[in-house]
Design a protein around this ligand. Structure first.
Ligand code: MN
Length: 259
C-alpha cells in the first residue's frame, strides 16, 4: 500500500517528469514563556507548501542576515501570529493591543524588504499580509472592534470566528483586475477569519484587491509584476479549491526563481 508520501511523488512524475522542488522560507513565532523556549509554526503551512511541490523551511528570527535570501530559498511565506508593534507605524499601543514580538516584527520587515529587492515571490497570510503592508510603509487598525466599529455591526461580519478554522465564515469580494482574481478565478469567495487587526493605510506600491462586506481589507498585492500577495484569511487551513490554487500559484512563481 502506498502511503501519502509515495503518492505525492508519483503525482509529480505524472505532470511531466520529476521536478526539482523550490524551497519556501516560512516565518514562525517564538514562545519564550515555555521552558525551554520554542519556535513554533502550525503544521498546515508546511503541508500546504508541500502539497503543491515546494519544500518548506522555517526561518526563525535572527538579529541580522547579510546572506541573500535567494542563496537558500526561492520564495518567502509570512505566517500568521500575534499583533504588530504599533511603533512601526508611529502609534502608541492601544489598550486592546495583544501580545507583540518586536524581534519577529523586525525580522519579518527585513525579510520582506530583502525578498522584494531580490525579486523573490512573497505570500503573506493574516499577520503576514499586515507585515507586508508595514514593511512597505503602511499602517494597521490595532483592534478592529474598537477602532473600526462598522466591522461586526449587527453581526454582519465576524472577523474573529469561534467555529473551527477549517470552516468558512465570511464572504470576500475580489477585484477583477487583480492577481488574486487570476488565481482563484472568482470575484467572490468564502473564507475563514481569525484576526482583530487589519490593514488601515495601504503602503505605496500596494493595491487593495479584496474586501469583506464591512469594507475591511482582506487582500493586497504589489502593483508591479513581481509576485507579492497578502490575504487576511488562512487558506492553509481550508480545503477549498481556491486555497489550493493560491498555494499552487505561489509555489509556481517560486519555481520560476530556480534558473
Ligand atoms: Mn476577516
Amino acid at each position: 500500500m502506498t502511503n501519502i508520501f509515495m503518492a505525492d511523488l508519483i503525482d509529480f512524475e505524472k505532470e511531466g517528469g520529476p521536478l526539482i522542488e523550490p524551497i519556501v522560507g516560512i516565518t514562525c513565532s517564538h514562545d519564550r514563556n515555555r521552558q525551554p523556549d520554542q519556535y513554533q509554526l502550525a503544521g498546515a503551512y508546511c503541508r500546504a507548501v508541500q502539497k503543491v511541490g515546494g519544500i518548506p523551511v522555517l526561518l526563525p528570527a535572527i538579529p541580522r542576515m547579510e546572506r541573500p535570501l535567494s542563496s537558500f530559498c526561492q520564495g518567502l511565506l509570512l505566517s500568521g501570529g500575534g499583533d504588530f508593534d504599533p511603533g512601526f507605524f508611529g502609534e502608541a499601543p492601544h489598550s486592546a493591543l495583544g501580545t507583540v514580538d518586536y524581534e519577529r516584527d523586525c525580522w519579518e520587515i527585513n525579510l520582506i524588504r530583502k525578498a522584494r529587492r531580490e525579486g523573490l515571490p512573497i505570500l503573506g497570510i493574516c499577520r503576514g499580509m499586515q507585515a507586508i503592508n508595514i514593511a512597505l510603509g503602511g499602517s494597521l487598525y490595532q483592534d478592529l472592534p474598537s477602532q473600526y466599529p462598522e466591522s461586526g455591526k449587527d453581526g454582519l461580519v465576524e472577523h474573529s470566528q469561534s467555529i473551527p478554522g477549517d470552516q468558512v465564515t465570511h464572504r470576500v469580494k475580489i477585484a477583477e483586475s487583480s492577481l488574486l482574481y487570476k488565481i482563484v478565478e472568482s470575484t467572490e469567495i468564502w473564507t475563514n477569519s481569525h484576526h482583530h487587526q487589519a490593514v488601515k493605510g495601504t503602503a505605496p506600491g500596494l493595491e487593495i484587491t479584496a474586501w469583506s462586506d464591512d469594507g475591511v481589507i482582506e487582500g493586497i498585492e504589489g502593483k508591479d509584476d513581481r509576485f507579492l500577495l497578502g490575504v487576511q484569511w488562512h487558506p492553509e487551513r481550508l480545503s477549498t479549491p481556491e486555497s489550493h490554487r493560491l498555494f499552487a500559484a505561489f509555489v509556481r512563481a517560486c519555481r520560476g526563481k530556480m534558473d
